[in-house]
Ligand binder design. Structure first.
Ligand SMILES: [Zn+2]
Length: 280
C-alpha cells in the first residue's frame, strides 16, 4: 500500500481549503441548485464553536489515526465504553436501558412536561431502546462484516456503489443527520461483496458521529481491509441540528469527501470518473 494522506474535493472539483480539525478531511457545503460563493455559509452554527483546549488534548491523536481499522477484536476505533457495552450480561443490558430511561425522565421534567401524562408514560423506556438501536454500530465488528466476502479478482477498474442511505447521530446535539454515501474503489486483486459496503457504512453511521469522521472512517476501513489502489468516499447529508434551528435552509446539504491512494491525485482520471458518476 502506498502511504498517502487524505485529500478531498468539493462539488466543484476543486480542493477545498477549509479544514475542520478532524485530520485532513475537509468540509464543503453545497446548496442545491446554487453554487455561487455568496450562497456559502459556515457549515457549523457559530453557537457550536468548538473550544480548543490549550493543554494536552490534540486532534492528531484521534483513534482512527493511531489504530488500525480492524483492531484486536475487530471493533474499529472503539470508544472507552464500547467494550463494556458489548460484554453486558442481559441484566447489565437492562440496567443500561433503565439508566437512559431515567435520564429521559429528567429531560421530560426539565423541558416543562408532565412525565406522568398518558402520552409520555412509556416514552423514557421507548426512547432508551431506540437510542440503543440508533447506536448499534458500537456492537458491530468489521471483521465479522467482511468475513468471507473478500474475493480475489483481476478486476482493476473503478467499482462504485452510489446512494447508500445513512442514518447517523450528530455527536454534538444527539439529533440525526441523514443522507447518502457514495463509495468507489479501484481494486488491487481484492474485491468485496457489494452489499458489504452498505454494511460498513451502516456500522460507522450508527455511532455518535461527525460527518467528516464518518466519511474518513469508511475510507480508512476499506483501505485497510482491501488494500486497493485507491478509495473514495463522498457523503452528502442534511443535519437536523442545523435545519431545525434555522441555520440552514432545509434543502441544503453538507458534503464531505475522503480520497485515498490513487484517487487522491486531482488529475487522476478515475477520480474524475468517480465524481462525475456520483454527481450524475
Ligand atoms: Zn449537531
Amino acid at each position: 500500500m502506498t502511504p498517502t494522506t487524505d485529500d478531498d474535493v468539493n462539488n466543484t472539483g476543486k480542493v477545498d481549503p477549509i479544514t475542520n480539525g478532524v485530520g485532513n478531511v475537509h468540509l464543503s457545503k453545497q446548496r442545491r441548485k446554487s453554487l455561487h460563493p455568496a450562497d456559502e455559509r459556515s457549515a457549523r452554527d457559530p453557537r457550536d464553536e468548538a473550544v480548543t483546549p490549550s493543554t494536552s488534548r490534540n486532534t492528531s491523536t484521534a483513534p482512527q489515526q493511531q489504530l488500525p481499522a480492524v483492531d484486536f477484536d475487530g471493533l474499529s476505533w472503539p470508544s472507552t465504553g464500547t467494550r463494556a457495552r458489548l460484554d453486558d450480561t442481559p441484566e447489565e443490558s437492562a440496567a443500561r436501558v433503565k439508566k437512559i430511561a431515567d435520564a429521559v425522565q429528567t429531560i421530560l421534567e426539565c423541558v416543562g412536561e408532565d412525565p406522568s401524562r398518558e402520552g409520555l408514560l412509556d416514552t423514557p423506556e421507548r426512547y432508551a431502546k431506540a437510542m440503543m438501536f440508533f447506536t448499534k454500530g458500537y456492537e458491530e465488528n468489521l471483521r465479522d462484516i467482511v468475513n468471507g466476502a473478500i474475493f480475489h479478482e483481476d478486476h482493476d477498474e473503478l467499482v462504485i456503489v452510489k446512494d447508500i442511505e445513512i442514518f447517523s447521530l450528530c455527536e454534538h446535539h444527539l439529533v440525526p443527520f441523514t443522507g447518502k454515501m457514495h463509495i468507489g474503489y479501484i481494486p488491487s486483486r481484492r474485491v468485496i461483496g457489494l452489499s458489504k459496503l452498505a454494511r460498513i457504512a451502516d456500522m460507522f453511521a450508527r455511532r455518535l458521529q461527525v460527518q467528516e469522521r464518518l466519511t474518513k472512517q469508511v475510507a480508512l476501513a476499506l483501505e485497510q481491509v482491501l488494500e486497493p489502489r485507491g478509495v473514495a468516499v463522498v457523503v452528502e447529508s442534511s443535519h437536523l441540528c442545523m435545519v431545525m434551528r434555522g441555520v440552514q435552509k432545509t434543502s441544503s446539504m453538507t458534503v464531505t469527501s475522503c480520497m485515498r491512494g490513487c484517487m487522491r491525485s486531482p488529475n487522476a482520471k478515475t477520480r474524475e470518473e468517480f465524481l462525475k458518476l456520483v454527481r450524475g
